[in-house]
Ligand binder design. Structure first.
Ligand code: F0G
Length: 358
C-alpha cells in the first residue's frame, strides 16, 4: 500500500512522512491519498473475521498496530419495517468509536518516532488516545475547554494523561493544542488525517455484517464531522474495489444546541455557534471537517437534521431497551435522528451508536 498526503484546500502534495496534519502553504487539512492500484486485498477478504485491523489494506500503517482489540462491534437489528440496525460502538475498549482512530494515530506516532501526543477533545477522543498511548508507552497531553465533562476528565487522568483546561470552549482548546504540539514537537492527534482513516472501520464493518448488501440510509452524529467524512471515504473505497455497487444516503445528525454544520449545509455559510447542549461529546461550535462532511452528504444525496435534548434522551432509553447498553446523549443522537426521519417502509437503515462514557 502506497500513499502520499494532499491538502484538501489547495491540493499541495506532501510525502507520506510529512508529520504535521495541516498544509504549510494554506493551513488546510491534509488527507491521506492512496495509490489505490498498490492496495491488494487478500482472497478471503469478504469472509474474514470482522475486526478493525481486517481493513489494514485501507489504512496508512506498515508496522504491527498498537491495539486494544477495537472493532468487531455488534450490528444489532432492532426493527423490521423498515429494517433498522444499531451499530454498537460502545463495544469498543474505551466505550466509543474513537478507538478505531486512536489505534491508527498512536501507531502512526510510533512509526514517525514521537514520544508524546497532544490532543484537544470534548472527552471521548482524549480518553481513547490516552489509553492507546499508555499501551504504547507514550505520553499524552490533553486540552479541554472550561465546560468539559468532569467525569471524562477524571477518566483521562486515570489513564495517566495530563490535562490542560483552557478558558473557553472546545475550539479554543483546539487552537491551544495545535500551538503546544508545534512548540514541543509532539504528534498532534485528534480530528486530522490519520484518525479519519481509522474511523472508516465503522462503515467497513457495517457493510461486511450486512453481507455486502449496503443499507439505504446511514445516520451519523456530527461533532467535528470526521466520522461522517470517514464514512463517505470508506464507502467510496468499497465501491472503487467493487465490494458494493451503491452508496447509502448519509444523514448527518446534530444537537440543536450545537448545529453549526446543519446551518452550513442549509445556508452555505460556516459560522461558529455558541454551544448549548448536554450532549457534551458533540458540543462543537465550529466543526473542523465541515467541508468534507458537506461533500459526504451531498455526494450521497443525503441530508442533515437536528435533534433536541428530549429526543436524544428518549433515544438513550430506547437504545437501552433494544440493546441493553447505556449510551451517552451524543452517542444516541444518530438514532434520535433516525426515529424522527420519514423512512420508506421498504428501506434499510443503520444508526451509529457512538459512545457511552457517562
Ligand atoms: N459521538 C461521540 C460519542 C463523540 O465523542 C463524537 C465526537 C461524535 C459522536 C462526533 O464525531 O466529531 O467525528 O463528527 N467527539 C470528539 C471528542 C469531538 O473530542 O471526543 P465527529
Amino acid at each position: 500500500m502506497k500513499f502520499y498526503l494532499k491538502c484538501t484546500k489547495c491540493g499541495e502534495r506532501y510525502d507520506s512522512d510529512y508529520a504535521w496534519p495541516r498544509c504549510s502553504k494554506c493551513g488546510g487539512l491534509l488527507e491521506v491519498t492512496y495509490e489505490y492500484e498498490s492496495i491488494e486485498l487478500p482472497s478471503d477478504f469478504k469472509t474474514a473475521f470482522v475486526k478493525q485491523w481486517k481493513y489494514k489494506p485501507f489504512m496508512p500503517i506498515k508496522r504491527r498496530p498498537v491495539t486494544a482489540g477495537e472493532g468487531g462491534t455488534r450490528l444489532k437489528k432492532v426493527a423490521s419495517v423498515p429494517d433498522v440496525y444499531l451499530k454498537i460502538e460502545l463495544d469498543n475498549p474505551t466505550k466509543s468509536f474513537k478507538d478505531r482512530g486512536s489505534t491508527v494515530e498512536v501507531t502512526r506516532a510510533l512509526e514517525l518516532g514521537y514520544q508524546r501526543l497532544v490532543v484537544a477533545s470534548t472527552g471521548n477522543m482524549a480518553l481513547s488516545v490516552s489509553a492507546y498511548s499508555e499501551i504504547a508507552g507514550l505520553e499524552t497531553v490533553t486540552f479541554v475547554g472550561s465546560g468539559a465533562n468532569q467525569n471524562k476528565i477524571d477518566m483521562i487522568r486515570n489513564k495517566g494523561g495530563k490535562i490542560i483546561q483552557v478558558e473557553g470552549d472546545f475550539n479554543d482548546a483546539l487552537l491551544e493544542a495545535e500551538k503546544f504540539a508545534k512548540k514541543t514537537n509532539s504528534f498532534l492527534a485528534g480530528d486530522y488525517l490519520y484518525r479519519k482513516e481509522g474511523q472508516k472501520g465503522v462503515i467497513f464493518e457495517v457493510i461486511d455484517q450486512l453481507s455486502y448488501d449496503p443499507p439505504d440510509y446511514v445516520f451519523v452524529p456530527v461533532g467535528n464531522g470526521t466520522l461522517i467524512s470517514a464514512t463517505y471515504k470508506g464507502l467510496y473505497e468499497y465501491k472503487l474495489f467493487g465490494l458494493i455497487d451503491k452508496m447509502p444516503k448519509l444523514i448527518g445528525v446534530q444537537a440543536k444546541g450545537a448545529d453549526a454544520f446543519y446551518r452550513y449545509y442549509k445556508t452555505g455559510k460556516l459560522k461558529k455557534v455558541k454551544v448549548k447542549t448536554a450532549a457534551d461529546a458533540i458540543a462543537v461550535g465550529l466543526p473542523t471537517y465541515s467541508d468534507q462532511a458537506n461533500e459526504a452528504v451531498k455526494a450521497t444525496n443525503g441530508d442533515v437534521i437536528t435533534v433536541s435534548e428530549k429526543e436524544m434522551a428518549k433515544a438513550v432509553k430506547e437504545i437501552y431497551k433494544l440493546a441493553q447498553v447505556c449510551s451517552e446523549l451524543g452517542g444516541a443522537a444518530a438514532y434520535a435522528g433516525l426515529l424522527k426521519y420519514d423512512l420508506p417502509k421498504d428501506s434499510k437503515a443503520v444508526a451509529f451508536v457512538t459512545g457511552g462514557n457517562i
